[in-house]
Design a protein around this ligand. Structure first.
Ligand code: HEC
Length: 105
């Protein structure tokens, strides 16, 4: 391999590592969300949801420019006044985040 080609491939490695690959299973995340989150959040566009709009829909949350895998994880790991503290396991968190990021309208 030519040296410059090798250098180029090495330079691209960190980019690959940073690419957002969600470890969670969105299907499982949807199940969890339906059980735990749907009382307050509309978890799917046009899908079943709460009678009131006290909490933003998952689609609205996913559409926020500030919403990232990191921001969701940080949010869901800390207690909030208006939301139950779920103490999600690592796997549950992965699944719910993967699902939430998928429901962009
Ligand atoms: C008891 C009602 C309730 C339940 C159940 C609930 N939430 Fe919430 N959630 C809220 C409210 C109310 C807000 C808005 C908080 C605020 O604006 O202070 C919120 C905000 C959020 C946000 C932040 C939105 C933003 O603006 O960045 C996320 C993410 C979120 N909820 C995810 C979840 C997930 C995931 C679940 C299920 C594991 C869940 N919520 C369950 C009431 C609830």
């Amino acid at each position: 391999m030519r040296p410059w080609l090798l250098a180029l491939s090495l330079a691209m490695l960190p980019g690959l590592a940073l690419a957002q690959i969600e470890p969670g299973d969105p299907g499982a995340g949807k199940q969890l969300a339906a059980t735990w989150c749907a009382n307050c959040h509309r978890i799917a566009p046009g899908g079943p949801g709460p009678a009131s709009d006290i909490a933003p829909s998952f689609a609205a949350i996913a559409a926020l420019p500030s919403t990232t895998s990191m921001s969701l994880r940080a949010y869901l790991r800390t207690p909030h006044a208006n939301m139950p503290d779920y103490r999600l396991s690592r796997e549950e968190l992965d699944d719910i985040v993967a699902y939430l990021l998928m429901v962009k309208p």
